[in-house]
Design a protein around this ligand. Structure first.
Ligand code: MN
Length: 739
């Protein structure tokens, strides 16, 4: 029996940290792993001067406290043996079996590439990186670091337990970061803040997340960290006295309602205080006043009951209430949040949740192993695993490590929206995602064939930005592929890297002939649209370094070279020449009324200044189109304007500064519909484009609209034409040839 031996203090600590549920056999295996690792690392030291085994035990203890499976603790003890000692994977397999060997191998693989192996720079027995001497080497270093991260995430898809070990490893390395030299600390801290803390957050492991954040913050911004820590220390006694009082008060109130609750004051994390100071632009004195308590009650009905009780005792603060029980956060976090004005007139933040929710909140994905019985927790676990698998599924295709990390940052770590499929399944997307992103998320084929979408039963345009709670139904064609417009960033049709890769992949798989002819059609059509018929395409191809004009077409066809990029270059070239748009610049803006300053946006229309608000130059202003009397200019905060019901008659105007703009004639062909002109003038308004003249001709429902507008360059012209063409019912919009 283990307990009869006289244990080394390290091993003793470890054994005491193990969950009670571990069997005698488990404990023996862990003891064996300890001795094995200690022997393997004998003689090695950490940067702190301590024996290396202290690190292995610390990592194992972090995991044991999360009540992971015993086998994970075993693997944690051994996690650096294959990498740093003469022990081989075969040795581990022989001593501890296949599963442990697999886990250790997973962790080793994450760190195995030469140089990258210790991209985290720690635990390397004090060995130093040579600092890169020049930019090229710096870039290479960055590539290598990103490659490590890519490996981390790939491994994560295979076995989440490997990532838990990696996170625990990182956490202990962060705890001992102070022993490393200064420049290294900052870099590692930044990487932890950028990647590992958000990763822990995504896995819902709050315990690791906040500590990683605080430790990183300490090295990234030492002055601020010290300032907040000091402030906290100075106010501690008073804070603790208050908190004790609040908890006693709450305890009584809840008890009177015969609900048993475990009430604790919430500990303050320095980084979260800092975030609050930044978000609310408030000094520490105001932020530290925000006190928090957590009530853990037996079941969900009690959660709402307690919420009601608290709201009847103290006035709730509007907009501070969140029901994450009914609508869990994207990392499956559940709780009720509210804030009330406490007796002393200052805010008190309250969290209410069940014990199960609390465990989930603290341990996230690792909560799965904390109980033997099956339950809703397993469903969540499955959901999390599926999320990770999906993430990996397209990530395997991305070869470039930098693109991978960029994608990771946009796709994973930004705010998320939750939307529903028609069947009620929840889909989790980055904020700003569109129906096309949704379609590609559901299935590549659905994405490719997506032609329209309904949100909550209503048809929307494909640039609709999804909101949490939306139910999304994709209208798909029977066959066909994506539109090249989807890759046009002007249109904002696609938000996620994942959808973009899939769209590009679709075009890549078309054959060269098809891409060539498509590319040719695209470029020729665009030049025609912009009235640039005489442009030398062969020269353009050479400008872009393509060997032949055909290669240039193919690149456009596959989407490797974006039309936007081409238009930009053409525009730059044209600006270098004198005759920018092959037309004369517009005459400087004339005064409209007797006033000193002109108003842009409404030229040719009689303009008067409103008597109610007397706008003066420099005010934010809007124009209101009156019946028969031209337009009246109001301040945009004028109460009369704010109260106005006919919002469509309000147009954007600005105080005029003569600008370098150029008049061009645009012809639009469309099937006439209600609101078409309104939509077009919205686009012009948003682009700040002056409309000088308009001619409208409708025959048999077919409208031909000719606009004279003033644009600043052809990039703006191209963008505007595209936006107009994407309005419902519009068939084409192009520039009439200058003549
Ligand atoms: Mn390690």
């Amino acid at each position: 029996m283990v307990s009869t031996e006289k244990l080394a203090p390290l091993l003793e600590n470890l054994m005491e940290s193990l969950p009670e549920s571990y069997s005698v056999v488990d404990r023996e295996m862990i003891t064996h792993a300890y001795h094995f690792a200690e022997a393997a690392h004998a003689g090695q030291k950490r940067a702190s001067g301590e024996p290396y085994i202290t690190h292995c035990v610390a990592v194992a203890m972090i995991l044991a406290e999360m009540s992971v499976q015993p086998i994970v603790v075993v693997a944690a003890l051994l996690h650096d043996t294959v990498e740093d000692t003469s022990v081989t994977l075969a040795d581990i397999r022989r001593e501890f079996g296949d599963e442990v060997a697999k886990l250790v191998d997973g962790v080793t693989k994450l760190t195995k590439l030469p140089h990258v192996s210790r991209a985290d720079g720690i635990g390397d027995n004090g060995m130093e990186f040579e600092e890169p001497a020049d930019q090229a080497r710096k870039d290479r270093r960055r590539d290598l670091v990103n490659e490590t991260l890519r490996k981390t995430f790939l491994a994560m898809g295979e076995d989440i337990r490997v990532v838990l070990i990696k996170l625990a490893d990182r956490l202990h390395n962060m705890r001992t970061l102070g022993y490393l030299p200064e420049p290294k600390r900052k870099r590692i801290a930044q990487e932890t803040m950028d990647i590992f803390a958000p990763l822990a957050n995504r896995l819902g492991i709050w315990q690791i997340k906040w500590e990683l954040e605080d430790l990183s913050f300490r090295y990234i911004n030492p002055e601020k960290y010290r300032e907040i820590a000091q402030n906290l220390a100075e106010t501690r006694v008073e804070r603790e006295r208050q908190m004790k009082e609040i908890i006693e008060r709450l305890q009584k109130i809840v008890k009177d309602a015969s609900i048993s609750a475990q009430i604790t004051g919430r500990s303050k994390h320095i980084y979260s205080i800092y975030r609050k100071m930044m978000d609310k632009q408030k000094p520490f004195e105001q932020v530290r006043d925000i006190r928090g308590v957590r009530l853990i009650v037996p079941d969900i009905p009690s959660c709402y009951a307690v919420l009601g009780i608290i709201h009847t005792h103290w006035r709730p603060m509007p907009s501070e209430f969140d029901d994450y029980i009914a609508a869990p956060k994207d990392n499956f976090y559940q709780s009720l949040h509210t804030a009330v004005i406490y007796d002393d007139g200052r805010p008190l933040e309250v969290q209410i949740r069940t014990p199960e929710m609390d465990e989930n909140a603290e341990f996230g994905i690792a909560a799965h192993w904390r109980y033997k019985e099956k339950g809703p927790r397993d469903e969540q676990y499955e959901q999390r695993i599926n999320w990770l698998k999906k993430l990996m599924d397209w990530r395997q295709d991305v070869e470039d490590a930098n693109e991978f990390v960029d994608g990771m940052k946009t796709d994973v770590f930004q705010d998320r929206v939750y939307v529903f499929t028609p069947r009620g399944d929840i889909i989790d997307l980055p904020a700003g995602s569109t129906p096309i992103d949704f379609a590609y998320h559901v299935h590549t084929e659905i994405g490719n064939r997506c032609r329209g979408a309904k949100i909550n039963g209503k048809l929307v345009t494909l640039d609709y930005v999804l909101k949490t709670g939306d139910q999304v139904e994709i209208l798909a064609a029977k066959r066909g592929g994506p539109s090249r417009d989807w890759l046009n960033p002007n249109l904002g049709l696609v938000r996620t890297q994942r959808a973009r890769s899939k769209i590009r992949a679709w075009f890549k798989h078309q054959n060269r002939e098809q891409n060539l002819s498509q590319g040719k059609v695209i470029i020729e059509r665009e030049l025609r649209r912009l009235g640039l018929l005489n442009l030398d395409i062969d020269k353009l191809a050479t400008d872009f370094d393509y060997r032949s004009t055909d290669d240039f077409y193919v690149a456009i066809g596959t989407g490797d070279l974006s039309l936007g990029h081409v238009i930009n270059t053409i525009s730059e070239n044209l600006k270098k020449e004198t005759d920018v748009l092959a037309v004369k610049p517009a005459a400087p803006v004339k005064e409209i009324t007797g006033n000193e300053v002109a108003v842009l946006g409404l030229k040719g229309i009689l303009t008067t200044f409103a008597k109610c608000c007397h706008p003066a130059p420099g005010d934010q202003i809007v124009g209101y189109i009156t019946r028969g009397r031209g337009a009246t200019i109001h301040r945009s905060d004028c109460p009369n304007i704010l109260r106005m019901k006919d919002r469509e008659r309000i147009v954007k105007v600005t105080w005029g500064e003569p600008q370098n703009t150029f008049p061009v004639d645009i012809q639009i062909k469309a099937y006439d519909r209600q609101g078409l002109m309104g939509d077009i003038s919205n686009i012009l308004n948003n682009e700040n484009i002056n409309l000088k003249d308009i001619k409208l001709n409708v025959t048999h429902n077919l409208a031909t609209i000719v606009l004279i507008v003033e644009v600043s360059d052809i990039v703006q012209l191209s963008r505007t034409l595209t936006l107009i063409e994407n309005l419902p019912n519009v068939m084409e919009a192009h520039r009439l040839n200058p003549g």
